[in-house]
Design a protein around this ligand. Structure first.
Ligand code: AMP
Ligand code: MG
Length: 290
């Protein structure tokens, strides 16, 4: 099938992104080299060039997913982006997901729960935002905030957030069972790179809107966040929904890597164009006579 050729790995990928980035039992958050480019032997110029080329492949696959959804296929793909402030979640949406037709994209950013959301179970707002058949869902933050920020700030007692890991695994198992492929991306920047990016937000008028004074307060809690991210990887990277650990100091790499993860996820659906539900020859003749 044509898509198979188009989804083949480029030689600059010495190890496919799905293999190079998949969280392993020995993955240590404190030891992640955030400047590294796992599996990729090329440089920034190669990476930026390839992003465009691979973006076209991603776009074609996404269109096929959308077309199948229109024909009743219930399957969907959901990209979950988790990462500290300045990790580049917004840029990932713009530069990776921005390569595909927005009609088929269902994007949700999760902030501090609204008063209404607070009255419900933490998965309530997640359930409402799940992609329908044929859609490519994108979560900028997710239910994982409920074991990250919530854990670090003791927003609920430990016995409450402690039970959520299992609950999340169960929740995701059902999602996968019901036809949603999850692509869980944990984005990591270094403390130093975060400082540089926050400084840039302060230095540029067009970036002031992205700066939040609380981000500096949160920097003091870096070790606690690392611990929470470690627990998240240890306890919620499952066979049905593994985590991918993406170093994000080099934006060109992280964007290319996530493009590859998405191409892989969509390829696994083995999509094809839905066949016509009408007689093509008859329609050609009708059209010619019209
Ligand atoms: P941003 O992504 O920069 O717009 O920031 C969103 C903020 O909402 C972050 O500080 C998150 O930690 C916070 N947030 C997201 N989900 C939750 C949650 N469930 N409980 C508390 N804070 C949350
Ligand atoms: Mg922010």
């Amino acid at each position: 099938m044509a898509t198979r050729d188009r989804t083949q790995q480029h030689p600059l990928w010495t190890t496919p992104a799905v293999e190079a980035l998949r969280a392993a039992p020995h993955t240590k958050v404190s030891e992640i080299d955030t400047k590294a480019t796992p599996g990729f032997a090329g440089n920034k110029t190669d990476g930026e060039y390839m992003l465009e080329e691979r973006g076209a492949v991603l776009s074609a696959l996404q269109e096929m997913l959308y077309a199948n959804g229109r024909s009743g296929d219930k399957r969907s793909v959901l990209l979950i982006l988790q990462g500290m402030d300045t990790a580049g979640k917004g840029g990932m949406v713009r530069h990776v997901i921005g390569q595909v037709d927005p009609q088929g994209v269902d994007h949700t950013a999760f902030g501090v729960p609204t008063p209404e959301e607070k009255r419900h179970h933490y998965l309530w707002r997640i359930n409402k935002a799940l992609p329908r058949g044929g859609q490519l869902g994108v979560f900028d933050r997710s239910h994982y905030e409920d074991v990250l920020v919530v854990r670090v700030h003791n927003l609920v007692p430990p016995e409450v957030w402690g039970g959520r890991y299992q609950e999340i695994n169960q929740f995701e198992r059902e999602l996968v069972y019901n036809g949603t492929t999850l692509v869980k991306v944990a984005m990591f920047v270094s403390l130093g790179e975060q400082k540089r990016r926050l400084a840039e937000r302060l230095a540029r008028r067009d970036k002031h809107w992205k700066y939040n004074p609380d981000d500096v307060t949160e920097r003091a809690l870096w070790p606690q966040y690392q611990e929470a991210y470690q627990a998240m990887l240890d306890r919620t990277s499952t066979d049905h929904a593994p985590w991918y650990v993406v170093p994000c100091d080099r934006k060109w790499y992280s964007r290319l890597a996530v493009t590859e993860l998405m191409i892989d996820a969509l390829s696994r659906l083995e999509l094809d164009w839905p066949s016509a539900e009408y007689d093509i020859e008859v329609e050609k003749q009708r059209l010619a006579r019209s």
